[in-house]
Design a protein around this ligand. Sequence first.
Ligand code: ASP
Length: 350
Amino acid sequence: MARLPKVLASALALSVPAGVSAQAAPQAEWSIAIHGGAGTLSRDAMTPAREAEYTAALQAALDAGAAVLRDGGEAQDAVVAVVTLLEDDPLFNAGRGAVLTWEGGVSLDASFMRGDTRAAGAAAGLAHVRHPILLARAIMEDGRHVFLSGEGAEEFAADQGLERAETEWFITPRRRDSLEQFRAAQDDPQVTFNEDAEHRYGTVGAVARDVRGNLAAGTSTGGTTGKRWGRIGDSPVIGAGTYADNRACAVSATGTGEYFLRAGVAQGICALMRLSGMGPQEAADQLIVEVGDMGGDGGVIVVSAQGEAAFSFNTSGMYRGRADSNGLNEVAIFTDSPPVDPPMQAAAEH
Ligand code: ASP
């Protein structure tokens, strides 16, 4: 029999305490965390009315997910309740209100995973599926494949009876303006384009633990403004933008997708927790530092097998919220401290 490399053997040894702690009493019977994107956003650029709109939208989505879990519902259904609401809300870069491609259309991506069986589903390049997250879940439930794209994915969605919408339904004036600004900035270096506020802000995601101890995660996005050539980011990629494993945690990411793909962020956090016994905050911070070191920015939401919810981001803001069976219930946009390098300001929230 081949000998295990030393480093792997020691990692396996370290997994024992993590497995033991997974059987310990949960910190929260149910727990949920949500996000609506991360980026560089200053308080000055946000009007009080706009801030109130975002806060209300996040609170409504958090409440919808928490209600499912409080009633003894499944983590999967809580994730779907949150993400479908945010997909319909034009404030966020998912479903209706998604950012536009170079050609002026939409190309939507989503992924979904459950932590008990590690079954997963994902879809990319959609232009007519009203709720990409429902398609991701349907692909998972069907079970033949994990990742579908483009026309084939839309055909599968139609076979499943999922609601269809015309491309125009997804497109909002705000996103049309952003695309125009983006195109102008490509042609003329004098024109500035606020990368974060207009380029991609607003991907949505949710992670949850239900009273049975099952975890689930889901992420949905329009990607980045002006994307071309069939570009796909991290959001629909299982292991990068989304992951759930009952032995460790559930994760949904948002940020510069190219870096989250390269760092394998979502699965990386779960693996760190499982193999090293790290808590969700420490593991999430470690991967976000890795992303930052490579040149990327963004953040993650994590719920551990014990029901602990954590955020980590290296941007000045992340639309986010969390609630649990112990009475935690909060939504937030900005961080109060300026980003630090290495970027771990979210840890200061604990
Ligand atoms: N991660 C998304 C993408 O790269 C964008 C975002 O989360 O802001 O497509």
